[in-house]
Design a protein around this ligand. Structure first.
Ligand SMILES: [Zn+2]
Length: 609
């Protein structure tokens, strides 16, 4: 991957208007040095979201989302760092330069650009053919017959490939593309005697795009009996089947807003849903969802609603996707469309978008899906059928996310197996020492201690440290004076330790530089968020020199408190008495600090305004 040159990143950072970028997602109003508005990352009625327009940082006091310009674009547009820089460069008319890591890398990048250009022109060509060509009349009739209007077909840039062996090849060669270009883009098939011919002939063309809507390849559907019914682009430098998700670029805004995405099987299912107003729908390429596909979806939302055919292949595929997604920490649900209809037929048959959403509200969880599957696999009217179902369910129940969910399913199982809930629980508890049960027990134990406990304990100090650093920025003279004497070890949490350097830089304590470094965006999301919080709070809260003094003293007190606590753990085992003396002197220091805190003059509270 070629790296974008640092100078280019700086140019983009300088040119971009943070208020304009954020303003696309929420209304901002000037508030002191900052702008504020309702948070574009969580639902709220009163504004708790702030933007610092000069540093180009944002922070939400409601949900804690925060970061810099690039981080914001990454989040809202679901792009990686390089793509976010490219997105902004496009918008502000900046020609990016790439670090020439090697001549070969450079050539490869130019090669990909050429293939992108070819694929874009091929997309436009197929679109024109579908719209105008007499030979495409049948395709137009087919789409209309499926209830798909012209508007939605245009939105997804549907096209048609003419029957014939070199229609696209001739059109591309007239535009100075070579056979090698066409081969590399997967648009032709190498023929005998070195004469390649069109890969797609007489098919409806569905462009498969990247996150920015640029065509990488095609899925092509026949209208007749030719095999295969669906023909896709082969693997190319740009198109990788394992990553392809149809419609993701169009769905991602709605998917992020509703915090869920519907994954269906067919291209036309996506089109029908979008036409019915369900914009957060995408199609998997074939039924087996890969880890890469799930990863792309996870960058937009962690709530996936799978809506596959209830045939054996569909159920097997969903089952695998559910298990894989669960490992990736995704929340997966299964939407069952009644009467064996596919989603397109269901919405077009009159249920509409609202009908589909209602189905989704009744979606099954992973556990419910697998329990019902296990029950359906066996003849529950016979004792041995019930026994076999029971054996299968022992493993399935270990998938429960919570004890409540597990209990609910236990009741359902008891009902179906004609057992009392108590005896089901008894039997399952007996199986708990088997392989599956053991795994479940470990997973159950892992969750709770990480939750509230540790974060809660350091929350107070962390808040103090963030306020202190914000105060130092707001009162630069005082900030410089107090920060000159301390280093990272003064802080209790990693995020504030990492942020200290940037705060010092801003106060010109450690060399020059007042720009946000590019690294702040792509990596270190934690410290990036904290830095954004510090900068935004500096511009928003009222700090006086006295407040900074007091915060400084409180932090010293907290630090002394930590040292005392640590010493108390070991002091009994120390025969030399050195630790007792140290403890006593620390306790004296702690008392002095508390006195000093009380002695800090209290400022008049200014009215918020
Ligand atoms: Zn928020």
């Amino acid at each position: 991957m070629p790296r974008i040159a640092r100078t280019s990143i700086d140019q983009v950072q300088a040119a971009a208007d943070m208020v304009e970028i954020v303003g696309q997602y929420t209304d901002l109003r000037k508030a002191g040095a900052n702008y504020s508005g309702r948070c574009p990352f969580h639902e709220e009625r009163t504004p708790s979201f702030s933007v610092n327009p000069t540093e180009k940082l944002y922070y939400c006091f409601g949900c804690g989302a925060g970061g810099n310009l690039f981080g914001f674009v990454q989040e809202k547009e679901s792009l990686d760092f390089a793509a976010a820089v490219e997105y902004l460069a496009d918008r502000y008319g900046i020609a990016l330069e790439y670090e020439e890591t090697s001549a070969r890398g450079d050539a490869e990048r130019r090669r990909k650009e050429r293939l992108r250009s070819l694929l874009e022109q091929a997309t436009a060509y197929y679109e024109r053919v579908l719209a105008d060509a007499g030979a495409a009349a049948e395709a137009r009739a087919y789409l209309a017959g499926r209830g798909l209007g012209e508007e939605v077909c245009r939105q997804f840039r549907l096209g048609f490939s003419l029957p014939g062996w070199d229609k696209l090849r001739d059109a591309a060669r007239a535009r100075k593309f070579t056979d090698q270009d066409l081969l590399d883009a997967g648009l032709v098939v190498p023929g005998k005697q070195g004469r390649p011919y069109d890969r797609f002939r007489g098919r409806i063309m569905f462009p498969l795009a990247d996150d920015r809507g640029r065509t990488l390849g095609f899925g092509a559907r026949t209208m007749g009996d030719e095999k295969p019914k669906y023909l896709n682009s082969p693997e190319t430098p740009l198109y990788h089947k394992s990553e392809a998700v149809f419609g993701l670029h169009a769905a991602k805004a709605a998917a992020a807003r509703e915090d869920r995405v519907y994954v269906v099987e067919g291209y036309t299912d996506v089109l029908a849903l979008v036409q019915a107003g369900v914009h957060n729908a995408v199609a998997s390429m074939g039924t087996a969802l890969t880890e890469q596909q799930l990863g792309r979806l996870a960058r937009v939302t962690r709530n996936l609603y799978l809506c596959f055919d209830a045939d054996t292949a569909g159920i097997g595929a969903m089952s695998r996707a559910l298990t894989l997604g669960r490992k990736m920490g995704l929340s997966l649900h299964v939407v069952r469309v009644p009467d064996g209809l596919d989603p397109a037929d269901y919405v077009l048959a009159g249920a509409g978008g609202d009908g589909f959403r209602a189905l989704a509200d009744d979606a099954q969880t992973l556990l419910q899906f697998h329990v019902r599957l296990a029950l359906a696999d066996h003849d529950l009217d016979k004792p041995d059928g019930r026994a076999r179902a029971f054996a299968q369910l022992r493993g399935v129940l270990s998938e429960a996310a919570t004890p409540i969910e597990r209990d609910e399913e236990l009741r359902h199982i008891a009902d179906r197996l004609q057992l009392s809930a108590e005896s089901v629980r008894y039997l399952l508890a007996g199986s708990g020492r088997s392989v599956e049960g053991g795994e479940a027990a470990t997973e159950g134990r892992r969750e709770p201690p990480q939750g509230g406990g540790r974060a809660g304990a350091i929350g107070g100090v962390h808040e103090l440290e963030v306020r202190f650093l914000a105060g130092c920025l707001a009162q630069p003279a005082k900030g410089r004076a107090v920060l000159a004497g301390i280093d990272e070890s003064f802080f209790a949490t990693r995020e504030t330790r990492d942020a200290l350097g940037s705060v010092k830089e801003r106060l010109e304590l450690d060399g020059p530089g007042n720009t946000v470094r590019a690294e702040d965006a792509g990596v270190a999301a934690d410290s990036g968020e904290v830095l954004a919080e510090i900068v935004v709070r500096a511009g928003r809260e009222h700090f006086t020199a006295n407040v900074v003094d007091e915060l400084f003293l409180r932090l010293q007190e907290a630090q002394v408190g930590r040292l005392i606590a640590r010493l108390k753990l070991t002091v009994q085992n120390d025969a030399t008495g050195r630790q007792s003396k140290e403890l006593a002197s620390l306790q004296t220091a702690g008392r002095r600090l508390r006195d000093a805190i009380r002695a800090v003059p209290v400022d008049e509270e200014p009215h918020e305004g």
